[in-house]
Design a protein around this ligand. Structure first.
Ligand SMILES: Cc1cn([C@H]2C[C@H](O)[C@@H](COP(=O)(O)OP(=O)(O)OP(=O)(O)O)O2)c(=O)[nH]c1=O
Length: 609
């Protein structure tokens, strides 16, 4: 995740922060967001007991704060901003929710509860997209929350009162401000510091990524606005009832306020044309290869392994562990921070959760093998894309002639890549259809057995045979949980084009067919269909190349890969269904898995006529 392009997504929208909190304003301004501030008038009086958990209360309050501002602005002149952001921060200790103290005694009560203990700080955030539909305000609410754990030292009465007398506690949840004097009370913080201060910026940016870069759908939410209107358009919305006398006082412009006023002045003179919308998406795309390469390099140098074992570490310490230059390592680590793969704190760098789970080389859901394969193999192939486009796929067919001494390594690398990918999707593939009627299955080209394990786990009566080339099966032991396969899983070496297929009620072809041209697909399905008894089944899992333009982005990688690796062919879901039907499979059922990335088909072998 590159942060500034995500914030850039909001640059051409009219954004309002529905909060009087100077901390929230500061955090968002410093992140480069342009916005107006319209404090919410929503009274924080929701019944706390009616919420299943404290964070639900904070999220609902945040939502109500933002909705109140959106409705008020819309009512004022039938035009709501594009986006309204609301937030609510609470402190919880011993099952109690603490908000801002009402007086000094209340502050003392709160601080005494926190004294010498650990507590949680929750901030609920609502991002509300607004538009006008049929003369009514229409809103699309996105909410989330973030939790941070804070521990106070054991503090004397004297110190507590001294702190209370400083006045700092009064406008802060739980009666303290970690960013100022209150920092002295704090022994440690676990989680996002800015979340305690009132706004979880990191989670907010991740939410923006989800909203504006949804997988497979590109930027469908874009609302076009050429400029941000003048800030004083909503001067009457100030928190001062009746509109207030100071036109600038009600709406405190963030950095956007001044820019917007400038735009308005220029337009009024008719002298300067407003610049085109900032092409943040395009710029991110242009730089996309650098992001991939930074990720590949960090993986190859095992940065995420080092930081999984030991963190936080300073750049020099990481450089020592990976045997690289301090300056180069520092730059790489910062790039990883900008990409959302690492976090940087005063103590040094640490992995994000995603990095620990997917980018370290060990771990059940590691994609380290896939990344390495992309770096060593796909990267080089893609440098030949232009040749493939100019001269046709066969121009790059074959690629490098592999050194036999390296081919074992290459096989292992390929297996690691496939294993990581299969582990991510196997459960979904195994459960997309009810397969409990089958007591035996054969996973053709089943590689490390990742899907076989899920099938055996999900269907206790099922025995699964993994059928794959001898070279592949030679290495399967290191991929078995606990070092050995389950009793109901067997590995049979063979070539599915030549050797007799093991007997089974269900045949599985997961990510196999796309790799072969039509004649070989027909040959394989013909053999499989001949072996499958009536009532038996075939389960196909494939990434498809669909005509639907909405899916074009997710198809892109698959389609281009097939151009530089031209042995196979991308097919649509309908083509796979046709293929199964041509080979005697009926009642073909279709499902999607892994967020729509995989197309699944289950066909039943009909009795021969
Ligand atoms: C715990 C803690 C809270 N706070 C602040 C963040 C929030 O501004 C405030 C909690 O009150 P909120 O009701 O979340 O926010 P607010 O009243 O300041 O602003 P608005 O309702 O208009 O959005 O406490 C700190 O500044 N530092 C801290 O360490």
């Amino acid at each position: 995740m590159a942060l500034s392009p995500v914030i850039g997504k909001l640059l051409h929208k009219r954004v309002v922060l529905a909060s009087a909190s100077p901390r929230r304003r500061e955090i968002l301004s410093q992140a480069g967001l342009r916005f107006e501030v319209v404090p919410s008038r929503f009274k924080e009086t929701l019944d706390k007991a009616s919420f299943p958990a404290p964070y639900a209360y904070a999220m609902e309050t945040a939502k109500q704060k933002a909705l109140e501002v959106a409705a008020r602005m819309y009512q004022k002149d039938l035009r709501a901003p594009d986006v309204v952001i609301g937030a609510d921060t609470i402190v919880t200790v011993g099952g109690l929710i603490l908000e801002k103290p009402v007086d000094k005694q209340d502050a003392y009560r709160m601080l005494s509860m926190l004294n010498g203990k650990e507590h949680s700080v929750f901030t609920g955030v609502a991002i509300i997209h607004c538009c006008s539909k049929g003369g009514q305000l229409d809103t699309d609410v996105c909410q989330f929350h973030e939790e941070t754990t804070v521990r106070f030292s054991r503090l004397s009465e004297e110190l507590l009162w001294e702190y209370i007398d400083s006045g700092e506690p009064m406008d802060k949840a739980g009666g303290y401000g970690i960013q100022a004097l209150g920092g002295m009370l704090v022994e440690y913080v676990r989680g996002d510091f800015l979340n305690v201060v009132g706004f979880p910026l990191n989670h907010f940016c991740k939410k923006l990524v989800e909203l504006y870069y949804p997988p497979g759908r590109h930027d469908v939410r874009r609302v076009k606005h050429d400029s941000i209107p003048a800030v004083d358009t909503f001067e009457d919305l100030s928190d001062v009832e009746g509109g207030g006398s100071d036109p600038a006082g009600g709406i405190e412009g963030g950095p956007g306020g001044q820019a917007a006023a400038g735009t308005r002045g220029a337009e009024a003179n008719g002298a300067v044309e407003s610049p085109p919308p900032f092409p943040a998406d395009l710029l991110e795309l242009i730089d996309g290869f650098k992001a991939s390469k930074a990720l590949f390099t960090a993986c190859k140098l095992k940065v995420f392994d080092v930081l999984k074992d030991e963190a936080p570490l300073k750049a020099a310490e990481v450089a020592g562990r990976i045997d690289a230059s301090v300056c180069g390592t520092g730059r790489l680590l910062d790039a990883c921070v900008a990409l959302g793969l690492l976090e940087k704190t005063d103590g040094g760098y640490r992995n994000t959760e995603v990095a620990s789970r997917h980018l370290a080389s060990d771990g059940e859901y590691s994609l380290h093998g896939l990344v390495t394969r992309h770096d060593d193999h796909a990267w080089e192939l893609f440098t030949r894309l232009e040749v493939a486009v100019r001269q046709g796929p066969n121009a790059v067919a074959g690629g490098k002639v592999e050194d036999p001494a390296q081919s074992q390594q290459t096989t292992l690398q390929f297996m690691r890549a496939m294993h990581g990918l299969s582990k991510l999707t196997a459960r979904r593939v195994a459960t997309a259809f009810d397969l409990s009627r089958f007591t035996s299955a054969c996973d053709l080209g089943g590689c490390t057995g990742a899907l076989a394990h899920e099938l055996a786990h999900e269907y206790p009566r099922m025995r699964v045979t993994v059928f794959d080339l001898p070279d592949v099966l030679e290495h399967v032991a290191c991929f078995q949980p606990g070092g050995r396969p389950s009793e109901r899983i067997s590995f049979v070496p063979g070539d599915f084009f030549k050797d007799s297929l093991p007997e089974a009620e269900l045949y599985v072809l997961s990510r196999i067919l796309h790799d072969w041209p039509d004649d070989q697909v027909h040959a394989l399905l013909g053999r499989l269909s001949g072996r499958c008894k009536p009532g038996g089944g075939v389960l196909v899992a494939e990434e498809t190349v669909d005509e639907d333009p909405a899916a074009a982005r997710s198809n892109l990688a698959a389609a281009l890969s097939l151009l530089v690796r031209p042995r196979g062919r991308g097919r649509s879901g309908a083509e796979y269904r046709d293929l199964l039907e041509q080979h005697g499979f009926r009642d073909v059922r279709v499902a999607a898995a892994a967020g729509g990335a995989l197309h699944l088909l289950l066909g039943t072998r009909a009795s021969p006529p």
